[in-house]
Design a binder for this molecule. Sequence first.
Ligand code: ASP
Length: 466
Amino acid sequence: MTRILAAQTPEHIGETVTVAGWVHRVRDHSKVLFIDLRDRSGLLQVVAGGWTPEAYAALKECGSEDVIEITGSVATRPEKLINPNIVSGTVELQAASVTVLNKRTTPLPFLVDEDTSSIDEELRLEYRYLDMRSDRMRANVRARAAMFKLIRAFLDSKDFTEIETPLLSAATPEGARDFIVPTRAKGKFFALPQSPQQFKQLLMVGGMERYYQVAKCFRDEDSRKDRQPEFTQIDMEMSFVEQEDVISLNEELLIKLVTELYPEKRIQQVPFPRISYAEAMEKYGTDRPDMRENPEDPNLLAFCWVLDFPFFEKTDAGGWTFTHNPFSQAKPEHVEMLMKGESIGDILTTQYDVALNGFEIGGGSIRAHRPEELRQTFSIMGYSDEQVEAGFGHMLKALTLGAPPHGGIAWGFDRLVMLLQGEPNIREVIPFAKTGEGQDPLMAAPSAVTMSSLSEVGLALLPDKK
Ligand code: ASP
């Protein structure tokens, strides 16, 4: 018999149906047994008693988290036994036969029929496949999917093309350390992308005009509540646009996302307020201000745009480095300063960040599409012509082969989901997250590799420092 879901059972009153799922809870009232069966749609109450001796005996053997299949008839519940808290609360299934599809034989490291947030996190991550059986975690995983779906539909309707870019490639600077991947070509390494920055710009040179991607990015930096070594961006780039175009499209999408998927939430101010970096630092002491009128309100969302960032900042060694993105264009009125290399600390960039309740959830810029501007940025940062050629020659060349003006943005997707789902850190909304220390306790990674794997890629480990 084809399986139906718990949530569908109320449509089958009086019929014989088959359901399958996990034993959520067992309640043994001596002569009558109740189990709550859980599937992806929710819970169903199953009942067996002496009137079905075989089903009763089989159910009696079942323990939490066994996977079982039950055939039985769907009966309405008396009015006073209706449970509005479960998807099938108006009915119950009277079991006629029970098949155990997989017996749980290992003790459960923790219970999953309740909220797991107070359980040791490392243990939860080691057993993430159990953890995600809990309501809250399942809701978090599903929330991502709902958001992806809405974002894709929106961007598709605006004539964007979803395009993948490589994970194995050369380094692109985003201000963090790269994860490097050794290869069998001895001494040659790939770098995992800190972002698809160069590729998305090259797609513009390629005439794609409007690109987006759900992009995995990798940055080897210390994890925090809103950082993981591997994370997800909603990445996009557009040709023939100015700052205002990128901002308004993204604002429209963020508003749509909240109003359609989180109708209980209130956006504090629309259009989103805009604040300069200088003002944000002065008033809030941070470039991702929390503008909420009432930070106690979990349903209040205070988005804001932060603009007019300095392009460069001093390095410890006294030189200059970029604050956000070396590929950005200076603000149009500051291009001349950039080209002359004057008052470098005062040059502002076209960078725009979007912050939500004190977290940066996105950032982007209009790019330098004229090669001389990009070359000058690297020269201000102290790169020699040879270094620029070696690191970015391909970008500079592309900009000489017909490059449209373009700009884009990337959202830190995990942070946005964290805030909308009301979770305290991004690990709660990443299906298979790493610990705060960047470890994966489930797969036990990172881990040592054999000497022969190392020698295949021409590597040997240095002895430990004494
Ligand atoms: N690549 C930038 C980042 O990852 C985003 C952008 O400028 O589009 O922050």
